[in-house]
Design a protein around this ligand. Structure first.
Ligand SMILES: NC(=O)c1ccc[n+]([C@@H]2O[C@H](COP(=O)([O-])OP(=O)(O)OC[C@H]3O[C@@H](n4cnc5c(N)ncnc54)[C@H](O)[C@@H]3O)[C@@H](O)[C@H]2O)c1
Length: 350
């Protein structure tokens, strides 16, 4: 397998990108890569012809292949964007690291924490970057709340309640998503986003987690969970609850309520055209004045995140915009919630 030096192989310093997998998400990266300064689309790997037919037509300048294993070693590839089923993240990352390619890994980092640790070690040894793309911290709502916290105007964060309640139809999900051994389940798909958002806003000094997860709304699907409830504690004393609810019948609720020493905030995200209420961020930081909606700049989270990653690789930054170790911390919290669900006890994080 040819090993290319990602930053030196192209004099114009544009980085060639391979998109691995074009299922529900991956195809969107082709346009994103094409619009990202410093990046150029090289190849897409996807075995299902029907998933690439319209992409082939729209992008005749891009190569297409059937399997990610056939493209990660190509000389014109410097970065792999991995949007594969969770159980394939491990193989793809190890192959890419062995070929000297940087890795932009869709969340979660891996199906299991132990695999994630090996993947990061392989990337470190190969001298390539491996960032887990936890896109939701790039949502304008989350960015705005982060800047409110940074301004100090609401004091210190104390508690939060992060919720994501949405319609769940197991029959529309790919088979791997219905098998926890393959990284399936909504805790992997959705709760990992919520863990990420909370760590981003409250800090990475996580102390413990407890919770319940399982096939609670669709108990006939025993292979993977569809819901989760958790309590997270930080060493700083901060605490947050998470509820992930994949319902048969219900209403979309997607956002968080956050409590500070000198105020309150809440945000709401319109998801998949759902009925989660108005999109935005509200602040209550004056006694008796109630909620006030803040102005929110529009954003393109997936494009912004990928562009930040490419910029950091081109600059040769020591770490990635979302620190590489963050993907591991999210998995550690997730597995602590799962362990707590089995044991009924709170799990301390190292
Ligand atoms: N950031 C977000 O908001 C967001 C949203 C959805 C999905 N995701 C993440 O994106 C990733 C993919 O999720 P999805 O819902 O698109 O899954 P999916 O199952 O719809 O897509 C995965 C694709 O990988 C392809 N594939 C399987 N084996 C392959 C191989 N050997 N070589 C190349 N391609 C192969 C499959 O045919 C499929 O099209 C997951 O990590 C998921 O968590 C992130």
């Amino acid at each position: 397998m040819t090993i290319s030096s990602p930053e030196s192989s192209h004099p114009d310093r544009s980085l060639g990108v391979a998109v691995l997998g074009t299922g529900r998400l991956g195809g969107r990266y082709v346009e994103i890569v094409k619009h990202t300064p410093g990046a150029r689309m090289a190849v897409v790997a996807e075995p299902r012809e029907e998933a690439t037919a319209s992409l082939r037509e729209a992008h005749p300048d891009v190569d297409f292949a059937g399997d990610f294993r056939d493209v990660v070693g190509r000389d014109d590839v410097d970065i792999v964007v991995c949007t594969l089923p969770h159980h394939l993240h491990y193989d793809a990352a190890l192959d890419a690291a062995a070929s000297g390619k940087h890795i932009y890994m869709e969340k979660p980092l891996a199906a299991w924490l132990s695999q994630g640790e090996e993947m990061l070690e392989a990337a470190r040894k190969a001298g390539v970057k491996l960032m887990t793309a936890h896109t939701q911290r790039y949502f304008p709502q989350v960015k705005l709340v982060k800047s409110v916290i940074g301004s100090g105007r609401v004091g210190e964060p104390v508690m939060a309640n992060d919720f994501w309640h949405f319609p769940y139809r197991p029959q529309t999900r790919p088979a791997w998503m219905m098998d926890r051994r393959l990284g399936g389940g909504l805790a992997q798909m959705a709760t990992t986003h919520q863990i990420d958002r909370l760590i981003y806003l409250f800090g990475n000094d996580m102390a413990s987690a407890s919770g319940v997860t399982g096939p609670l709304t669709h108990p006939e699907h025993t292979g993977a969970d569809d819901s989760a409830m958790a309590l997270l504690r930080w060493s700083s004393g901060r605490a947050a609850t998470i509820s992930t609810w994949g319902w048969r019948k219900g209403a979309v609720e997607y956002g968080a309520e956050l409590l500070f020493t000198a105020g309150m905030a809440r945000y709401s995200i319109a998801y998949g055209g759902g009925d989660s209420g108005d999109n935005g961020v509200w602040l209550a930081d004056e006694a008796g004045a109630g909620w006030r909606k803040l102005n929110m700049e529009p954003a393109d989270p997936m494009a912004d995140e990928f562009s930040d990653f490419v910029g950091s690789v081109l600059r040769g930054d020591a770490d990635t915009p979302i620190p590489q170790a963050h993907g591991l911390l999210v998995l550690k919290v997730l597995e602590a919630i799962e362990e707590s669900s089995r044991s009924g006890r709170e799990v301390q994080l190292d």
